[in-house]
Unconditional design. Structure first.
Length: 1177
């Protein structure tokens, strides 16, 4: 069979027909799409953006002030002196208006300022205090009145909420809300949801809605609320975090590195659809946090928040066998101080934040309680029939096996090694009763603990009005203990750092230089799985290479197609991770007339260090299943007792090339030029272009990988490696090249050449802000964005970690393949030559990339109308859209290109291999290409009241739809049932649906309200009633959203294409129930197992429960003299104790599971309360 399968790069593939063998991709650069396609995508809103432009800031923590000075006739006034004074530090900056009467201050630290303008012959004008926010350019136009310069005219500033110079989308969270809003675990990500277009639901790898503190996890108090957000319809990974302009983003996950102390933050800003070319590197949002600095006044404070099980409601799922919440303790506390080192010159801020946590975690297991470990599965939970793999044969063209009589494995067939291993490490049941009644017989009774300590120091120095500098160091140290089973444990400890600084130099009033740089790093070392017995039981069993791999553990006894819920068993060696990210950049601003020109360059180096040391045995039900009913038969525990692993991995780090160490880095170099043009006092145009060059990933080891467009395996070593010997360790060939099967398809290329540099990331920007009248602004913009950072960091690793013929030990994804006679028992593993690579690359597992893969891009466009209701209250409505290409599209590119049946006869594995794109490539790896696409369209509304008259509030609503072909880098990122998200890799259009993170409706409302009673307030200003009822404050944070989609699937491989659990069912009815329950959320009867084919049900065809939650805080404020205050707080998270139900787990969206459609947990948290105290001076 010959031909080609053509998959388009942007938009659905054209044409029909049957996909055929060879893979190729057709790409079009996004700049070549033209107005025709963009017009279809965006219609009138985009047409407006192409006629316009705007302004935005993202990767800096500063703001700006600009304006035009005129006389009473409207004529511009050149040569006027403009003075900008910071009210906290008295730091002063001075400018002269140019020939166009225009002035601009750049690199203005967020804070409160007073602006004065004076010129001989005119009264001095003074604009009363106003606020400059992070990444905001505040417009302050001034009209001078004729008169004596000794007379001052005070001018009330207009609302800073009305964005008259910028077209960016976003939201600023001010200090009052940061400090007082009830936030679970004091995690700032909850405040990101106050921005329209920010979606809290995540299907990305890693933590979803709570912190975990695992390796490379989002740090914080365990279980605290956390939002791994999607911004403006982009994938959850595609966002960047910055603190003071210094990157704070993990290279792989797209999440933060250091969790900042809320009391150290002055502002948080979320921005997207940026029209300034200085900002880029990501498709989604940029989150910029500005840390506090000192002022001329010495100030400080301390706080403490405390909770226990008496303040926590029972979880009906976790605590089904308890009448109250389990034992629980949590304390968060901190202290900070700031002030002057040299008055008006040098300032400092120092802070500490810590937590202490102890909890009885939700550890529930379904363990063998009878005679299973002796081979008797006759009364086993789940009742799955087990089959003898040694009877495998072909009858009438079908692969068949005989069942074990009575579901009992004969004693002489049991592996003594694995039986002893299982009996040594298997946890013991501790729950009495019938296992069938509650699906478990063991509950954890040991505490999980976590200790965290965060330190921060910042120093600012002002040499003169021309030169300013700052440095900051933030470090977080975390120590954790997590129980596993009855006596096992994990200890994922880590250190997170973010430090750096910046320098600003003013050459003249029209030319300013800014230089900044820093590091974010998250070095962690942990013991993933430890047991008090250590490796001694394994030593007596003579498991292979025990000391070399620091122990073996067994996995695969839980999840889809398993009756059991057994934790990993054994002893796992240590692992190390570190992803240091360096950034340095410089920007030059040149003011000319009404133009604000800016050029700059930036270098970011992202590094990846990973060390593993372990031996892993994978077990599956498939080895003891009926090949004709693989989804409902077989038992992983039975497979283990027979000593038949389905795969294995064994890694060891050392100083030689024979290592599982992944150590590489790559650099991005960015340059831009832009102009912000104040065409008129009420009209600002921003335009520019950005270029991102992404270099090769280089490091230790040898890159290698598949090119599925040619069927070749590429080795990036420059020359063919030698044959393995004592003098030639890996990378080496297990045999001479002419003895390796299909060696004509193995090709050597230059070192580090598989992942090519990316040279076409050119992104134009344009934006317009038009102040229609003093209270109304229309803003519109267009930008072409590229993801040059987070996406690259993940897929670069794949070419280093699967490096045949570099041997990290051994990695075999398929042993004892289903449908074939078993050929590798556990006792034989000691004979495997672990220092030698596998016999060929053709059976490798894991992940590989298309060598021609490039960065994703996004055409982004929006139109927004802002309206000032009062000076402190602004509303806005917006249409926001994007069309996105070159996205991740991953699946089984080695599977048969069509269902492997000859009529109704199921083909044998050997026959099926002939239907693969390349019959000799049979490995079960996931292949990743860049031909995915998505679209996003949204209506957005925001109402914001800046803190004034005792009230600050933000209400945001988003109504949107996101459509894509795949929702992330890994199949699991397609959500529950995500393995079937890409059912047929060769038909991309069949996988098009709403994105796995598509949430149509999102409403958030948060606020801080000082009740108008008490001294200095409107009511009850004195007396006993004032003492009791005065000075109370109400704080709240509410979220309402739609449910998330998921994909029902079927077990096994009914299409017989060579991969399991990737098939969707047939749709034969309405999947929605009129009255869904936690036992049956969707109509399982609406689906049927396909016969000899793929299923016809769509991806993400069912939605889970909606979600709503209200967090409420009550606060009493006391004044302790003129300079000190005391706050007493009582916070209630999920104050109404509304039980938000989670989606059915991945196992229970399998329609063949007996519990299909069942929900077994909550989303979010039950009501949790805490008391707190804060002292400030």
């Amino acid at each position: 069979m010959t031909g080609s399968c053509r998959i388009s790069g942007f938009g659905p593939p054209g044409g029909g027909g049957s996909p055929e063998r060879r893979l190729s991709t057709t790409r079009s650069h996004p700049m070549s799409l033209g107005m025709k396609n963009l017009g279809k995508a965006a219609s009138l809103p985009l047409l407006m953006t192409l006629l316009a432009p705007g302004a935005a800031r993202g990767q800096t923590s500063m703001g700006g002030v600009s304006g035009t000075v005129t006389d009473p006739t409207g004529a511009v006034v050149p040569g006027a002196t403009v003075l900008l004074v910071n009210q906290a530090t008295n730091v002063r900056n001075e400018r002269l208006t140019n020939s166009a009467g225009f002035f601009t201050f750049v690199n203005v630290r967020p804070g409160t300022y007073v602006l004065t303008v004076e010129l001989s012959g005119f009264n001095k004008a003074q604009i009363m205090p106003f606020t400059v926010d992070v990444n905001q350019t505040v417009a302050r136009n001034v009209t001078l009145q004729v008169g004596a310069a000794t007379e001052t005219v005070e001018v009330t500033a207009q609302s800073e909420l009305l964005q008259t110079t910028s077209a960016e989308l976003g939201n600023v969270v001010e200090e009052k809300i940061i400090r007082d809003l009830p936030t679970q675990g004091r995690n700032f990500t909850q405040m990101l949801l106050l921005t329209p277009g920010v979606n809290p639901y995540s299907t990305a790898q890693g933590p979803k809605d709570s912190t975990t503190n695992g390796t490379e996890g989002n740090t914080g108090v365990p279980g605290a609320a956390f939002s791994n957000v999607s911004v403006q319809g982009q994938q959850n990974r595609s966002k960047l975090y910055y603190i003071d302009g210094i990157i704070n983003t993990g290279v792989r996950s797209g999440t933060y590195v250091v969790l900042p102390d809320l009391d150290s933050l002055q502002e948080i800003k979320v921005q997207s659809h940026s029209d300034k070319a200085e900002f880029g590197g990501v498709l989604g949002g940029v989150v910029t946090m500005t840390s506090k600095s000192g002022a001329n006044r010495l100030s400080g404070g301390a706080f403490g928040f405390f909770r226990n099980e008496g303040l926590q409601a029972r979880d009906p799922f976790r605590d089904f066998n308890r009448d109250k919440a389990p034992d629980y303790r949590q304390a968060q506390f901190g202290v900070n101080v700031s002030g002057p080192i040299v008055k008006d010159k040098t300032f400092f801020f120092a802070g500490y934040d810590g937590w202490r946590y102890r909890n009885l975690p939700d550890l529930r297991y379904t363990l063998p309680a009878g005679a299973e470990l002796d081979g008797d599965f006759s009364k086993s939970y789940g009742g799955r029939k087990i089959y003898n793999p040694f009877t495998t044969r072909i009858e009438n063209g079908r692969v068949v096996r005989d069942p074990f009589p009575g579901n009992v494995i004969p004693a002489n067939m049991i592996s003594p090694t694995m039986q002893a291993f299982l009996k040594a490490y298997m946890p013991k049941p501790n729950v009495a009763g019938n296992i069938a009644d509650n699906f478990l017989n063991s509950v954890g009774n040991r505490y999980q603990t976590s200790h965290g300590n965060t330190f921060q120091l910042r120093v600012d120095h002002h040499f003169s009005t021309r030169d300013n500098v700052f440095v900051r160091w933030t470090e977080q140290r975390i120590s954790n203990f997590t129980p596993v089973g009855d006596v096992g444990f994990r200890t994922p400890d880590g250190i997170n750092r973010n430090f750096g600084g910046g320098l600003s130099h003013t050459f003249s009033s029209s030319m300013i230089l800014d230089v900044h740089g820093g590091l974010a790093a998250q070095p962690t070392e942990d013991a993933p799985l430890q047991h008090p017995l250590g490796v001694e039981p394994e030593r007596s069993l003579a498991l292979p290479e025990l000391d070399r791999y620091a122990g073996w553990f067994a996995t695969g006894f839980t999840g889809t197609s398993n009756s059991w819920n057994i934790p990993d068993l054994g002893q796992q060696g240590p692992r190390e991770r570190n992803n240091p990210t360096w950034s340095v950049g410089t920007d030059l601003t040149w003011l000319k007339g009404k133009h604000n020109f800016k050029v700059g360059v930036q270098m970011i180096q992202l590094s990846r260090l990973q060390k593993n040391q372990f031996g892993q045995l994978n077990f599956s039900p498939a080895q003891t299943s009926d090949p004709q009913q693989s989804g409902t038969t077989g038992d992983a525990l039975a497979s283990a007792l027979l000593g038949l692993p389905s795969g294995l991995q064994a890694f060891v780090p050392d100083a030689t090339a024979t290592t599982s160490t992944i150590d590489f880095h790559f650099r991005t170099y960015s340059g831009y030029v832009q102009d912000q043009w104040a065409i008129k006092k009420n009209l600002s145009l921003t335009y520019g272009v950005r270029y991102d060059y992404v270099g090769r990933a280089v490091g230790k080891g040898t890159q290698s990988g598949f090119d599925m467009s040619t069927g070749e395996f590429l080795i990036a070593s420059g020359t063919m490696p030698p044959v393995c010997s004592a003098a030639a360790p890996p990378p080496c060939l297990p045999k001479p090249i002419d003895q390796i099967p299909f060696n004509q398809h193995i090709r050597v290329v230059a070192p580090f050449s598989i992942i090519k540099p990316i040279k076409d990331n050119v992104g134009p920007r344009v934006g317009l802000a038009w102040q229609v009248n003093p209270r109304t602004v229309v803003r519109t913009g267009y930008s072409l964005m590229w993801d040059a950072l987070v996406n690259r960091g993940q897929y670069a690793q794949h070419e280093f970690e699967r490096g045949w013929p570099l041997s990290p030990g051994i990695s075999i994804s398929e042993l004892n393949r289903p449908g074939q006679d078993p050929n590798t028992r556990i006792e034989q593993l000691s004979n495997l030559p672990f220092a030698v690579p596998p016999a060929s690359p053709w059976t490798l597992g894991g992940f590989f990339n298309d060598p021609d893969r490039k960065d994703p891009y996004s055409h982004q466009f929006h139109v927004e109308v802002q309206r000032e209701v009062t000076r402190n209250l602004v509303t806005s409505v917006a249409y926001v859209g994007s069309r996105n290409g070159r996205l991740e599209y991953a699946g089984c590119a080695t599977c048969a290109t069509r269902p492997a049946y000859d009529g109704n006869r199921r083909m044998t594995p050997a026959e099926r291999d002939q239907l693969r794109p390349y019959p000799y490539i049979t490995g079960g790896f996931t292949y990743e290409q860049d031909n995915g696409f998505s679209s996003y369209d949204a209506f957005q509304f925001k109402l914001q009241h800046r803190f004034a008259h005792g009230l600050a509030t933000v209400l945001s609503y988003t109504w949107s739809k996101t459509i894509d072909t795949s929702s992330g880098i890994a199949l699991a990122e397609n959500g529950n049932g995500g393995g079937a998200g890409v059912q047929n890799f060769f038909d991309i259009d069949s996988n098009k649906s709403v994105a796995s993170y598509d949430i149509p409706h999102i409403l958030t409302w948060a606020g801080v309200w000082e009740l108008p009673a008490g001294p200095g307030k409107k009511w009850l200003t004195s007396g006993l009633a004032s003492a009791i009822l005065g000075n109370w404050q109400l704080n709240w944070n509410a979220l309402v959203r739609s449910g998330a989609p998921f994909t029902p699937f079927v077990s096994g491989d009914p299409a017989n294409v060579g991969v399991s659990n990737r098939t969707r069912p047939n749709l034969v009815g309405n999947p929605e129930l009129d009255n869904p329950t936690v036992k049956r959320w969707f109509n399982v009867s609406a689906f049927a197992v396909p016969v000899n084919s793929f299923g016809d049900a769509g991806r993400n065809i069912v939605r889970g429960p909606g979600f709503w939650n209200v967090d409420l805080g009550l606060q009493r404020n006391f004044k302790l003299g003129a300079e000190r205050r005391l706050e007493l707080r009582f916070d209630a998270y999920n104050v109404f104790n509304h039980i938000n139900r989670d989606l059915p787990s991945n196992a229970f969206v399998n329609i063949q599971d007996a519990r299909a459609g069942e929900i077994t947990g909550i989303a979010g948290y039950t009501r949790t309360m805490q008391v707190g105290l804060r002292v400030a001076y």
